[in-house]
Design a protein around this ligand. Structure first.
Ligand code: MG
Length: 304
């Protein structure tokens, strides 16, 4: 992409609000490539088991078919792949956060070139692991509240600078960088699915994708169905929790049908993964099967 043209586009869309409208227009016309599937999984830590093999057996027993992991090195990625080989359990995203630290703030988006380079190198290490693991992508939040003094317009420019390089690197190592929109209580920057999709459209590389999280969406999206449709082909992971207390879906009222309708409309093929807490005094092993059953029921009821 011509760099001047790229930057011009960024200025026109300065501030993610204006930008996001363009994403919606660009994606709405995308027809789904395949019939959507509901693949339920969970972050690894919630699944009981003293080994990955046991966790794999349990997630299948609970009615799921995948596991989501945190950040890791290539060595662990190789080990996980080996451990899960033949279990029938898939590998979802790697949940990695902002790659910030207390001293240096949000490193990949830092204005200090050395600090930024360290941040980018760290993302690249995770992208390498992602490729080896065969994971859907490395989930990244550009900055949580309090991690940077940059304004959204300034962060737009930083993202325009770093994302082409990261996306290209991701493609090279068969990984994906995945922008996660969060609610305003956690970040002032990129709050809605269409804002994540704006950057994917802009960079237009299979190495950069986005996702939705039902908990954050309940605070930021007017319409979950429209949000996923706006995200279109760029949506490659979904986090599942209730909107109010961010707990297991069977433990608090929450309507997933509108979001599921959106996922069906875009022919969603990736995982829906539990990222949530649970009510005090309840056990994951008792509750997750009920949660998966409820989600499967609402998926069936979400007719398009
Ligand atoms: Mg999340």
């Amino acid at each position: 992409m011509d760099r001047r043209e790229f930057l011009k586009g960024t200025v026109v869309g300065a501030g993610v609000l204006a930008a996001s409208r363009m994403a919606q227009t660009a994606c709405a016309a995308d027809a789904p490539a395949a019939k959507a599937v509901l693949k339920l999984c969970s972050q690894e830590g919630k699944i009981p088991g003293s080994s990955l093999k046991e966790k794999a057996e349990n997630i299948l027993k609970f009615g799921g078919c995948g596991l989501e992991f945190g950040g890791m090195d290539v060595k662990r990625a190789e080990q996980i792949r080996k451990d899960l080989d033949g279990t029938g359990v898939g590998i979802a995203a790697m949940c990695c956060g902002s790659f910030a630290d207390k001293q240096n703030g949000a490193r990949p988006v830092s204005m200090d070139p050395e600090v930024r380079k360290r941040g980018l190198d760290e993302i690249k290490r995770q992208l390498e692991a992602c490729g080896v693991l065969g994971s859907t992508g490395v989930i990244w939040v550009p900055a949580f509240n309090g991690q940077t003094k940059l304004k959204p317009e300034e962060l737009d420019k930083v993202l325009a600078d770093i994302l082409p390089e990261l996306a290209e690197f991701a493609v090279k190592c068969k990984g994906k960088l995945m922008i996660e929109p969060l609610n305003k209580g956690e970040t002032f920057y990129i709050n809605r699915v269409e804002q994540g999709a704006f950057w994917c459209n802009k960079i237009n590389s299979p190495g950069l994708v986005t996702m939705g999280d039902f908990y954050h969406m309940s605070k930021e999206e007017k319409d979950d169905e429209a949000a996923f449709v706006a995200g279109g082909k760029w949506v490659h992971h979904v986090h599942v929790a209730t909107g109010k207390s961010r707990i297991l879906p069977n433990q608090e009222e929450h309507n997933y049908r509108p979001g599921f309708k959106g996922l069906k409309k875009i022919g969603y093929q990736d995982f829906c993964s539990l990222e949530c807490g649970k009510k005090k005094g309840t056990e994951w092993a008792d509750e997750i099967p009920k949660t998966f059953a409820l989600l499967k029921q609402q998926w069936e009821e979400a007719t398009i």
